[in-house]
Structure formats: structure tokens, C-alpha cells
Design a protein around this ligand. Structure first.
Ligand SMILES: [Zn+2]
Length: 244
């Protein structure tokens, strides 16, 4: 039987894609509306080496996958190169240093809002079956947010009192991003670094309202409700204080 792909490797290849087909000449958007068109492809065919490593897996749109597997439109070396090209493009597009916090905010807020909408609509809503693919979009957005924040960390004001330091909040957020990518909620059921809701205040984001039910401000509330039902365990590192 074909061995399944490790879920953490799957998360890495979603993140690597930045939400687009890895073929640099295609770059089709993989997450649109209520679904996704992403396909996992083996660079060296699975039947030859059964290699399910990160290096041998790549996310493609259905067209490019068919052209690669069945039509021999690209060879393995070429496709391997696509990983390097995407990594270089990523650096190029998201390594800009901004002059002020407002500029930084204008880049980060749309990504945070998109993640928030996906989370509230799919995870908390009644579309849990769509969460698995939507999560791929959050993973790629997170990578971009992380890169932008790291490049512009000097713009994040740092307080002397650590608990109320914006820099501390951003650093917790970066930790959360790494952990979110490395662990899968539904399998591991343990996450140390939760999404710090203070990030929303920092960037002036209101919680979504209306059709998104149950309405919660962040993943913490959801986890608390799961914990109350005995469906969830967490290890919380340190005390969280709301930033108001
Ligand atoms: Zn494609």
C-alpha cells in the first residue's frame, strides 16, 4: 500500500507554494472561493522511490500536474528548480523595508483579515470539511506575514514592561506562526503558542461579526470551549495579558 504523506510535510509544501501553483510560468491561484485546486505531486515518481520527503513533493494546479505526470511537459530537474524559484520570488516580493508603521500595517492587515475570515468561516462555521484546504491558505499567508514582520521589526514599538510590549506580542505571534506550520491541530491536539489576540489590537483589527457564528475573537476562545467539553488539551506557555 502507498504510504501516506506526513502531515507536517504536507503543511510545509502548502506554505512553500504561497497559495499558487509552483510552476513559475503558471502560478494559478490555488485557493479560491469555497475550495482549492491544489494537487500534491511527486517530483521523482512515487512508484520509483516511494520518496515522500519535502524535497520530492510539490504543490501544482491540476493542469500542471497532468502536464508533468502524463504529458511529460517538464522533467524532474526542471520541477525541482521551481522550488528554488519560488523561494527566491518570495524573498524578492516580501523583503521590502517600510518607512513607517502605517505602511507596514497596510501590508499586514489584509493578510490578517483574510486569515481571520477563513478561520471564522471554515473552522468555527459549519464548513469544517473545507477547513483542511482553507488551512493551506492560512499557512501561506502566515509565511508572508512572518517575512514582512521580521524585515520590519524595528517599526514595532518596544516597551520596557515586557507584558505590554508590542515587540513581545509580535514575537509571540511569530512563534505561533512557526508552531502552526509545524503542528496540526486536529492530530496533535497540543499547541503551546496560541494566536495572540493582541495582534489584532496592535494592527487595529475588529473581530468579525454577523454571519460568522459562533462569534469569537480568537482561537483561544474556541480552545477554551473545546477544553470545557474535554475535547482539547493545551500547554500554555506563560500568562497572556490582553493588550488594550
Ligand atoms: Zn499550474
Amino acid at each position: 500500500m502507498r504510504k501516506s504523506i506526513n502531515v507536517n510535510i504536507e503543511r510545509k509544501i502548502y506554505s512553500e507554494s504561497m497559495g499558487r501553483c509552483m510552476n513559475p510560468a503558471c502560478k494559478a491561484e490555488l485557493f479560491k472561493g469555497s475550495g482549492d485546486i491544489m494537487e500534491k505531486a511527486h517530483i521523482i515518481p512515487h512508484c520509483k522511490t516511494a520518496d515522500n520527503s519535502f524535497e520530492n513533493l510539490i504543490i501544482l494546479c491540476p493542469n500542471c500536474h497532468t502536464n508533468f505526470d502524463k504529458n511529460n511537459a517538464f522533467n524532474a530537474e526542471e520541477v525541482k528548480e521551481w522550488k528554488k524559484i519560488r523561494a527566491a520570488e518570495f524573498k524578492k516580493f516580501f523583503s521590502e523595508e517600510y518607512d513607517n508603521f502605517e505602511e507596514l500595517k497596510s501590508k499586514v492587515v489584509p493578510l490578517l483579515l483574510e486569515n481571520q475570515a477563513i478561520f471564522e468561516n471554515y473552522y468555527l462555521g459549519d464548513k469544517r470539511e473545507l477547513w483542511d484546504s482553507a488551512e493551506g491558505k492560512i499557512l501561506s499567508n502566515n509565511r508572508i506575514i512572518k517575512e514582512i514582520l521580521q524585515k520590519n521589526i524595528r517599526l514595532i514599538q518596544s516597551h520596557t514592561v515586557k507584558d505590554f510590549s508590542n515587540l513581545a506580542i509580535v514575537q509571540r505571534f511569530l512563534l505561533h506562526i512557526d508552531e502552526f506550520e509545524a503542528t496540526r491541530l486536529s492530530e496533535e491536539k497540543v499547541r503551546g503558542a496560541l494566536f495572540p489576540i493582541e495582534i489584532n489590537s496592535l494592527f487595529g483589527i475588529e473581530p468579525l461579526e454577523g454571519k460568522f457564528l459562533p462569534s469569537v475573537e480568537s482561537i483561544e476562545c474556541l480552545i477554551t470551549s473545546l477544553q470545557n467539553k474535554g475535547e482539547f488539551e493545551t500547554i500554555v506557555l506563560g500568562q497572556d495579558k490582553p493588550y488594550r
